[in-house]
Design a protein around this ligand. Structure first.
Ligand code: AMP
Length: 130
């Protein structure tokens, strides 16, 4: 069965899309650690990030760099933290999270609530800068 992220990439499930290319997609996390928390995926489904083909992995990081710089210009923060967890969704992805302290990248902490309108605006504002 296709992963939820494959279904998002195929347009079967909605997302707050930030940016995409033929091979990659960036969209807002629905349970974010901070405003602007974005997931970056290869559209091709592979569970474990270190099973990705070298070129696809390199391209993922380069695409994530563009997205991270756009988040940084949109959400006030010290820098963009990057994390790979993958324990919930078996489809390789990078978390890009605006951070100001070590604690901001703690995935056990309570998530922030964002309205649909805020999600849509954030996705649009970040996407314009990618
Ligand atoms: P992990 O696999 O542990 O890296 O966590 C998966 C992440 O994907 C979590 O931060 C979820 O909030 C996020 N997530 C799960 N389903 C969706 C979805 N449909 N749209 C956006 N983000 C999602």
């Amino acid at each position: 069965m296709a992963s939820i992220f494959s279904r998002i990439a195929a347009g079967e499930i909605p997302c707050y899309k930030v940016a995409e290319t033929d091979q990659y997609l960036a969209f807002l996390d629905i349970n974010p650690l901070a405003k602007g928390h974005t997931l970056v995926i290869p559209k091709q489904e592979t569970d474990y990030i270190f099973d990705l083909d070298d070129n696809l992995l390199a391209g993922l990081v380069l695409f994530a760099k563009k997205v991270a710089l756009a988040i940084e210009q949109t959400v006030p923060c010290e820098r963009i933290g990057i994390a790979v967890i993958g324990l919930e969704v078996p489809h390789a992805h990078l978390h890009l999270v605006p951070i100001n302290s070590l604690h901001d990248l703690d995935f056990t902490k309570p998530r922030v609530k964002i309205t649909k309108e805020e999600y849509a605006q954030l996705a649009q504002e970040i996407g314009q800068k990618v």
